[in-house]
Ligand binder design. Structure first.
Ligand code: CDP
Length: 650
């Protein structure tokens, strides 16, 4: 079996009705009058593959080769085995005349590709993740508001470090006045976001980070306390940054105080570590915010931390970036791959296929960097000097259903760990391969890679025999070829894939399924609401003859199998949902997965409604003890429309 046969196999499978609906609502291009210019997923696959492949002219003047690359990209997309983040789908080739995409591939000339590449303009912004720096001055703040507005206009999400701003009531030299403080400026950013619909297609999302020892940290932690999901800072997720969580844990244990200070202010406060922690946990219990972020750990695994340390993450937390950094994401649906490849086994039969798939998806994302049009000159520079890509996976939960592996079990976690180790290894091989063909990222010589550097923590060798073998391969790579060749400073990220997993008809990112069955309402041409029942297709196959309309109705009503009589225990154990799994099991999954990601992953630790503040503290402590890079919890029902979940639904 080879890559072609896998891609051909899935190209023949049509998108579901649900995927078609999302395509029509948001992805198919329309003209100014709302008339469709595109009609099917195939049209999008053609447009995006041709547009991105035209970046190949920078490295390649063999027309046959460029056409082959286009065809490869086309098949990756058409099969929905790989999907780039939404801005790439929205904005690739958007302003070009349709004829360009109707031409047969065999008739494409080098000139045609050059024309496409040179046609790009500011409407062709392709990335989902940005970090914009703030400066502690009125001018600096409002420059950032403008930068963020431009990014969001084209569909990007932005993260900011608000610690930079002096606390409220600090003196301002120029005017003799008092600063209104970071929280008041967060409201300015929020209002701006609310007035800009991202790419006209979805709402904006932002991340605000603040250090735990900023004098306004208490206001920060309370800033979303009264949020009902709709009114207070609803375009923000917020996270408190602890650069050194081990040190904070000690302060908690010894009941020590923390000094809250800021370099540009005389204001000094103190707070007990325990009080600060209680406040964070209480608010998170109430509304999911704030999360905790450990940027020190992010920097530890970031190869340019000595040059441009990362200062925040994107809104959903998966991508740490330095000021003016950007990243374009893309995700491989491993629930499809697993039909062809035995994932996680170093001696697995079709491993070459997976390796090749990863090479082509990495090449796609590397091309996106070159053809992308960045909203600011400074972002263009940082993005091209470091060449971040965020290659990730989706469909983990569905893949595990297929293999009868419970998400909340030791064998399940072993599968996750081994698959991610394989994924990371192949991805970094691909980035080195690309470096040989195209050169290292320009700041490579200043990076930690050149002295031998592994950009993620890895699990211990004794975790499993497969892990031991992957670890050895990984070490060999980073202390061998990886010291010489690296095209991208960061390679792997697991995104929420809130929209694209729906387009791919698979489970999102690394999350368990939220529900196994539900009814979605659609509006038909006459404006009637029509129920569209959905059931996870792997479950449907598994239940097969046992499934009748009564059972289907019960699964829809309960969303989970756990309290349904007559379903075999083996099926119940495997087909678990987010809410069937304990918080600790969510966390342990995040832990093994994150051990092989150089960037990070989007993961929500879902907790039942009855979870207590102490439960949340226990989870946050565990996240600090283990090597997690950050943590986000969500207690069922605490907020109906949290930014994150909302962003996913819209
Ligand atoms: O599935 P899709 O490509 O649309 O996006 P995602 O994987 O759910 O989110 C990836 C990233 O896109 C997020 O972390 C944000 O940085 C950004 N995003 C955003 O800015 N606004 C949204 N409404 C959704 C995502």
């Amino acid at each position: 079996s080879n890559l072609e046969s896998l891609l051909d196999f899935f190209s023949d499978i049509k998108p579901s009705e649900n995927a078609e609906r999302i395509l029509r609502d948001r992805y198919l291009l329309k003209d100014g009058e709302g008339k469709y210019l595109e009609h099917s997923w195939d049209d999008i696959a053609r447009r995006v593959s041709r547009y991105i492949a035209s970046a190949e002219i920078l490295y390649n003047d063999d027309i046959e080769k460029i056409r082959d690359v286009e065809e490869k990209f086309y098949k990756l997309l058409k099969s929905r085995v790989f999907l780039p983040n939404s801005p790439t789908l929205f904005n690739s080739g958007k302003t070009l005349s349709r004829d360009v995409f109707q031409k047969n591939r065999e008739d494409m000339s080098l000139e045609d590709y050059k024309k496409i590449f040179n046609s790009r303009n500011r409407h062709n912004m392709l990335s989902a993740c940005f970090v914009v720096p703030l400066e502690d001055s009125m001018e600096g703040i409002f420059d950032a508001v403008k930068d963020a507005a431009l990014i969001q206009k084209y569909g990007g999400g932005v993260g900011y470090d608000f610690s930079v701003l002096r606390p409220k009531e600090s003196s301002i030299a120029g005017t003799g006045g008092k600063s209104s403080g970071p929280i008041s400026f967060m409201h300015v950013f929020n209002t701006t976001a609310s007035t800009i619909e991202q790419g006209g297609a979805r709402r904006g999302a932002q991340m605000a980070v603040m250090r735990y020892d900023h004098p306004d940290v208490i206001d920060f932690i309370n800033s979303k306390k009264n949020n009902d999901g709709k009114s207070v800072l609803n375009y923000f997720n917020i996270s408190v940054n602890f650069d050194n969580p081990e040190e904070f844990l000690k302060k908690l244990e010894n009941d020590e105080e923390i000094e809250l200070t800021h370099p540009n202010s005389n204001i000094k406060r103190t707070i007990k570590a325990k009080e600060l922690f209680d406040l964070i946990a209480n608010n998170a219990w109430k509304s999911g915010d704030p999360g905790m972020l450990f940027l020190g750990r992010h920097n530890k695994y970031y190869a340019l931390s000595d040059v441009t340390p990362v200062s925040a993450t994107n809104p959903c937390g998966e991508e740490p970036l330095p000021p003016y950094g950007s990243c374009n994401l893309g995700s491989i649906d491993i629930a499809k791959v697993i039909d062809f490849v035995e994932l996680g086994n170093p001696e697995g039969e079709n491993n070459d296929l997976f390796k090749e798939l990863i090479y082509w998806t990495a090449r796609f994302l590397d091309d996106v960097i070159d053809i992308n049009v960045y909203p600011l000159e400074k972002i263009d520079r940082v993005s091209k000097e470091q060449r971040f890509i965020g290659l990730g996976i989706m469909g983990l939960a569905d893949a595990m259903y297929k293999k009868d592996l419970p998400y909340n079990s030791e064998e399940g976690r072993m599968f996750m760990a081994e698959t991610l180790a394989q994924f990371a290894y192949y991805s970094h091989l691909a980035s080195s391969e690309l470096a040989k063909e195209r050169g290292n990222f320009p700041l490579f010589e200043k990076s930690k890679y050149k002295n031998g550097f592994i950009p993620f923590s890895m699990l211990n060798d004794d975790y499993s025999e497969n892990i031991r073998q992957w670890n050895n391969l990984i070490k060999e790579h980073f202390f061998g070829e990886g010291k010489k060749y690296k095209r991208n400073v960061q390679v792997n990220t697991v995104a929420p894939t809130g929209s694209i997993s729906n387009l791919a008809d698979t489970s999102s990112g690394i999350e368990p399924n939220f529900m196994l069955a539900y009814i979605r309402y659609m509006t038909d041409k006459e404006g009637n609401r029509v129920p569209l029942p959905y059931m996870n297709k792997i479950l449907r196959d598994k239940l097969d003859g046992d499934l009748n309309s009564e059972l289907e109705a019960e699964i829809i009503e309960k969303g989970s199998l756990q309290n349904i009589e007559g379903i075999p225990e083996e099926i119940k154990k495997v087909f678990v949902t987010s809410m069937d799994i304990s918080g600790m099991d969510h966390l342990l999954a995040q832990n093994v997965i994150q051990s092989y990601l150089d960037a990070s992953c989007s993961k929500t630790i879902n907790l039942p409604k009855e979870a207590t503040v102490d439960d949340i503290k226990e989870i946050y402590k565990k996240a600090m003890e283990l090597n997690l890079k950050g943590i986000t919890i969500y207690r069922d029902g605490s907020l109906e429309t949290q930014v994150l979940t909302k962003a996913k639904k819209e």
